[in-house]
Design a binder for this molecule. Structure first.
Ligand code: HEM
Length: 577
């Protein structure tokens, strides 16, 4: 029997074709080829169909699981197919959650649509457990940062992607950078005061404006060093940051990036300019550092410092100033993944740090001007601590208990946002109470409610009372309430660690907690120690003194922002700054 009559496969057919070509005509062979192609194509279609069906089945199973597990969590019944989304879009979510928690307990669910389950937790111990176990952030947060500043390894949804960078940033922030933030406020205050004088000469000054400058300058000076204080483009950088903050959440809320909208391209252009400016300041830092090193090699130390100062366009610095900045910038700028945007991490940290720190400073300013007696006490405390201190230029804020308590209390009463948000992208979350939260559900903590709840903070929970963070040295437990104000200046009083109360959450908690907490608290306290030593801050006559918390540029702030004036201290004739 001829080999040409053997059953065919494509390989067999092709290998035999040359030998058979001579005596066969081409008709049956092309037929065979066509049949073969048809079979392969059919097989491909079948495989695709099976894969798509499996994918859909997986999605449907996941959806059924979400519905089944979601139905076990207490919450108001769904008013329509779209769940409570219509209700939420027209009203304040915190208010809705407050009512739901009152009715259904400490874990409550709301459907934001047929596929989106929101679970809110209000009990501090459960919150602590959830924030430890739920390691991912909502994709929306990651998208907002990515859209503005490109791929980075901070503020990303998945915990695995941020873990390494979080740890190294935390070490730097709580080490060298904290030391630096403790030393630089006098320079920062001087720098900001120049701008404040400029603004007051043109019009009035409000808490938000001042705090934005202060936060921006202290963070910039800490991250980029003294070169930042002499940087001519700093004002443009600050303005761009604020313009981006206005729109960041809006553009990120589109599930498909709206390339067809003109407004988006304007926003994109602002972000690109901000990234270029970040590169510019980094370049300046590096040049200063290189110049400093060159000079350092050739000259004795005293001369080195002087020449280094001249070189840095008038920015004074010393060798200890320059080194940590360069290390941190290298650390943040070092891309873990080739797709990461150069400077993406640095710009993200500046963005988050400026907005949140600015919010906290503005809140403290508003409290100080509406509580002048407290401001006087803090001023006395600053003077008293400084008298006993060896270092003239450094603020010993650890001993300024009332000042620190004021920072804690201001952060408690007005967190950066009304909700902390998390999710567990891959696994269901089993809480000790037996509640199971399905994977992919949006987990929120209504921080404003928790931080103003009588059961966590006592009957004066909604009042501004920094003394709640101070207690007598022999008192052991910290309940959060302080019936009798204590004399903070008396050495027998101690400052309570705010994190001992599980309901203190302005910096979040658990696996994705803010890595800048210690840095922000001590940095802001040091800044106020410098500011209040030289200036008295007063409410401008006729200004609003009962502002309410509202969202402004991505953070909660007291609005309308109180108008303030700065009065120089220790001068016979107090003059307005
Ligand atoms: C008053 C100032 C600040 C406030 C109120 C604040 C607040 C927060 C909050 C609420 C979170 C989310 C926490 C959670 O979900 O559990 C967060 C995350 C974060 N914060 Fe801050 N923050 C402040 C300053 C800073 C500063 C100055 C830095 C760095 C220089 C910083 C770096 C970070 C980082 C890197 C994260 C993300 C952690 C992650 O996604 O894993 N923060 N912050």
């Amino acid at each position: 029997m001829s080999s040409c009559t053997e059953p065919y496969t494509l390989l067999g057919f092709l290998s035999r074709s040359t030998s058979c070509d001579a005596d066969d005509n081409t008709g049956p062979r092309s037929q065979v080829l066509r049949d073969y192609a048809t079979r392969q194509f059919n097989a491909f279609l079948w495989l695709s169909l099976i894969a798509i069906t499996a994918l859909l089945l997986r999605k449907v199973t996941k959806l059924f699981k979400l519905w089944a597990k979601g139905s076990l969590i207490p919450g108001p019944p769904c008013p329509s197919f779209y769940g409570h989304s219509k209700l939420i879009s027209g009203a304040n979510l915190t208010e809705i959650l407050s009512k739901s928690h009152e009715k259904y307990g400490s874990v409550v669910k709301l459907w934001l649509g047929p596929t989106q389950l929101l679970v809110s937790i209000k009990d501090p111990e459960l919150i602590k457990e959830m924030l430890l176990k739920a390691k991912d952030k909502l994709p929306l947060t990651g998208r907002a940062f990515q859209l503005a500043f490109g791929q980075s390894s901070l503020f990303v949804s998945s915990f695995d992607k941020v873990q390494k960078r979080r740890d190294s940033l935390e070490t730097e922030l709580n080490g060298k950078l904290l030391e630096r933030a403790r030393v630089s406020p006098t320079k920062v205050v001087d720098c900001v005061m120049e701008r404040i004088q400029d603004i007051t000469s043109k019009g009035s000054l409000d808490c938000i404006k001042v705090s934005q400058h202060l936060a921006f300058t202290i963070l910039g000076a800490t991250l980029f060093g003294d070169a930042f204080l002499a940087w001519s483009k700093a004002a443009v950088y600050e303005e761009l940051l604020m313009m981006i903050a206005k729109d960041a959440c809006f553009w990120a809320s589109y599930s498909v990036t709206p390339f067809w909208k003109q407004g988006f391209w304007r926003y994109h252009c602002l972000c690109t300019r901000l990234k270029c400016l970040t590169q510019d300041i980094i370049q300046q830092c590096r040049q200063n550092y290189k110049l400093f090193c060159r000079v350092d090699l050739n000259l004795p130390h005293n001369e080195t410092t002087n020449i280094g100062q001249d070189a840095a366009s008038g920015a004074p610095h010393s060798s200890s100033d320059v080194m940590p900045d360069s290390l941190l910038l290298r650390e943040l700028d070092d891309r873990l993944d080739a797709r990461e945007e150069p400077c993406g991490n640095i710009t993200s940290v500046m963005f988050h740090g400026c907005l949140t720190t600015g919010g906290l400073i503005s809140n403290i300013l508003a409290r100080l001007v509406t509580h002048p007696e407290l401001q006087d006490k803090i001023h006395s405390e600053i003077i008293r601590v400084q008298k006993g201190s060896q270092k003239e230029d450094q603020q010993d804020v650890d001993k300024m208990l009332l000042l620190l308590a004021t920072v804690y209390e201001s952060a408690r009463l007005l967190p950066a946002g009304p909700l902390l948000q998390r999710c567990s992208l891959k696994h269901d979350l089993n809480l000790k109470t037996g509640v199971t939260i399905p994977a992919g559900a949006i987990l929120v903590v209504p921080v404003q409610l928790v931080q103003m709840d009588d059961s966590n903070w006592g009957s004066d929970a909604s009042q501004f009372n920094p003394y709640r963070f101070l207690s007598e040295a022999h008192a052991t437990s910290f309940t959060g309430s302080a019936e009798e104000p204590v004399d903070a200046g008396h050495s027998s009083f101690v400052l309570n660690d705010p994190n001992e109360n599980a309901a203190f959450l302005p910096f979040g908690s658990g696996t994705r907690a803010c890595v800048g907490q210690k840095f922000a608290i001590l940095g802001v306290a040091t800044l106020f120690a410098s500011l209040l030593k030289h200036y008295e801050i007063r409410l401008q006559a006729g200004s609003e003194n009962d502002p309410k918390p509202m969202m402004n540029n991505c953070v909660l702030q007291l609005l309308p922002s109180p108008k303030i004036v700065f009065m120089k201290r220790n001068s016979c004739i107090k003059k307005e700054a």
